[in-house]
Every structure is written in structure tokens, then in C-alpha cells.
Design a protein around this ligand. Structure first.
Ligand SMILES: [Fe+2]
Length: 312
């Protein structure tokens, strides 16, 4: 499983550290956070671009010492509507990790380092950043329950195809330029209520891109020192410019997003019975009730089958 669940104590430690940090790496505007967090994308500033742990040399050293399964790689320039799930297999060609690391620019490759926080050298740096996020979000979206981070290293003109994730994200640009296109997760033309129910239930493939979406894209140009917030399940597609790019994605879930996830899953279950449940996000009381039913169902399932129910 990517990422890690966070205990209360672990969260409390990261939050306390984030609150008392005097030399913060992330620059949030409190008004923008209050107005837009988890509703719309917005840019933030950061001071991670010159951090020595994120130089190309340090990151390639990290790639060489992490388990091979934590380092994904493929050709960089791929179609923007390629399904994310199959993109690494379809575009790996005959690349090997050692070739990619030894001849990165010539190979025109793209590397994703999964969970650098599992490395003892990177863990305190990453957890410091998650703590800074927690210090900002705690008042309006308390308790981060899970987090997972990724470093993306791309040669020129690399593409991360259109997709959506089941969490929130602050994507920080560390080197080079990147264009991030985001779409409104609440726009029914982009994702229907049924598609979201199935997405959060992990049934079938993620909703696909249609050319008609392009006119609704919100474009953000990220340069070193700039980041962009992705609200929960907001669809996105990313293009690097004509030079090498490095970015860090800080993704996380909270009690609130876990509640939404279980409410979506309850909706999906109702759909299996031919019902047409109301969309999640319109009525907070109803969403909490649906989440409660979904979790009660999971508990019954565990009692009946004596096994762990599906993870949330
Ligand atoms: Fe993503």
C-alpha cells in the first residue's frame, strides 16, 4: 500500500512541530486557505527549491538505495489521455533504471519516487512539511489520517496523463517549469455523481478525459518556489516544459475526506440495488449518515467473515 495511516499521536506530533516551526518551508495565505482549501485549486509559495535533499544528485542517490518497487519509470512524452494505471507498463519500452539514472536527459524518461518518507534521511523533512500543512488545515479540516508523497523527475516535454486521485495534494515545483491543468471536481460535466461513487469505491477504471473538457481546464504555471493545491479528487493533467523538471507531491487524507469516501461507497452500494442516491457534498448531515451506514456495514462484514473489511 502506498502511503501510511497516521495515528492520533503521530498526527499530534507533526501538528505540534508544524505549529512551532519558526523557519517554515511552505507559505500559505490564511485568507486563501479559508476560502479555497478543498474547494478550488490555488497557488502557494515554498522554499524547498534549493533544499540539498532534492538536488538531482541526491534524488538519484535516493533512487539507487530505495527498493526497486518504489521507483517507477517510463518514457516522459506520452499521450495526455493515456490511462494512468497502464502508463508505466505501456511506455517503459526497453528502459532500465540504471540506464535512466546514468543517461537521464538522453533517455527522455520520467521517474516517480514513491514514498521518499520511508527513507530515514527524507522522513523528517517530509514530516516537517506535512506538519506545516496540518498547522494550516487543522482549524477547518482537523486530523490528517493518512499521507503519501512522491517525487517526480522528468525530462523535457513529459506528460502525466489526465486522472484524479482519492486524496488532497499540495504539488511543489522544485526545478524547471510545469503546467498543471486542473478541473472542477464538482462540475457534473467533468465527473458525474455516479462516476465519483464508483471512483471512491474503486470499481472499474477512473473517469476518462473527453476533448470537450479542455475549455474548462484551469491552468497553473509552476516554477521553482511555487506550488498548487489539488482539492479532493480534482482531475488533473501535467506537462513539463522544455527543460528538466523536479516536483514533490504531498498528498493526504483527513477525517472529513475519509467520511466523504465512505459516503460515496455507500452510494455505490445503493446503485447496485438499482437506486439513484443523492450526490455527496450537497447535504453534510446526509453524507455523515451514509458514512455511518457504510462503516456499520463494514463492521458487520468483519464480524461475519472474521476478516478485515476493505480499507477506507
Ligand atoms: Fe495525480
Amino acid at each position: 500500500m502506498l502511503g501510511q495511516m497516521i495515528s492520533h499521536d503521530h498526527y499530534a506530533r507533526m501538528l505540534a512541530r508544524g505549529r512551532k516551526e519558526t523557519s517554515r518551508m511552505l507559505g500559505f495565505d490564511a485568507g486563501t486557505m479559508r476560502e479555497l482549501y478543498n474547494r478550488k485549486p490555488f497557488q502557494i509559495e515554498h522554499h524547498m527549491a534549493n533544499h540539498p535533499a532534492f538536488s538531482l544528485e541526491s534524488l538519484f542517490t535516493l533512487c539507487r538505495r530505495r527498493p526497486p518497487q518504489d521507483i517507477l519509470f517510463r518514457m516522459g512524452n506520452i499521450p495526455g489521455d493515456e490511462p494512468l494505471e497502464t502508463s508505466y507498463d505501456h511506455y517503459k519500452k526497453d528502459l532500465t533504471l540504471s540506464d535512466v539514472l546514468d543517461h537521464f536527459e538522453e533517455s527522455q524518461a520520467y521517474i516517480c519516487i514513491n514514498n521518499p518518507e520511508r527513507d530515514p534521511e527524507y522522513q523528517p523533512i517530509i514530516e516537517g512539511l506535512i506538519g506545516e500543512i496540518a498547522a494550516q488545515t487543522h482549524g477547518m479540516d482537523p486530523w490528517i489520517t493518512w499521507y503519501s508523497t512522491y517525487v517526480f523527475i522528468s525530462t523535457r516535454h513529459a506528460v502525466t496523463p489526465y486522472h484524479m486521485d482519492r486524496e488532497m495534494n499540495f504539488l511543489l515545483q522544485l526545478r524547471g517549469t510545469k503546467q498543471v491543468f486542473l478541473w472542477d471536481q464538482d462540475d457534473d460535466d467533468i465527473m458525474s455523481s455516479e462516476q465519483k461513487d464508483l471512483l471512491l469505491s474503486r470499481v472499474g477504471n477512473r473517469p476518462r478525459y473527453l476533448p470537450s473538457f479542455e475549455a474548462k481546464a484551469m491552468a497553473y504555471t509552476l516554477e521553482p518556489g511555487v506550488g498548487v493545491h489539488h482539492p479532493f479528487i480534482a482531475p488533473h493533467r501535467v506537462h513539463t516544459a522544455g527543460e528538466l523538471s523536479v516536483s514533490l507531491a504531498l498528498t493526504f487524507r483527513t477525517r472529513q475526506s475519509d467520511m466523504w469516501t465512505d459516503a460515496y461507497r455507500f452510494n455505490a452500494r445503493l446503485r447496485q440495488f438499482g437506486l439513484h442516491p443523492s450526490p455527496i457534498g450537497r447535504n453534510a448531515w446526509l453524507d455523515r449518515a451514509k458514512c455511518g451506514f457504510a462503516r456499520a456495514g463494514q463492521r458487520v462484514n468483519r464480524l461475519l467473515h472474521g476478516a478485515e473489511a476493505e480499507p477506507t
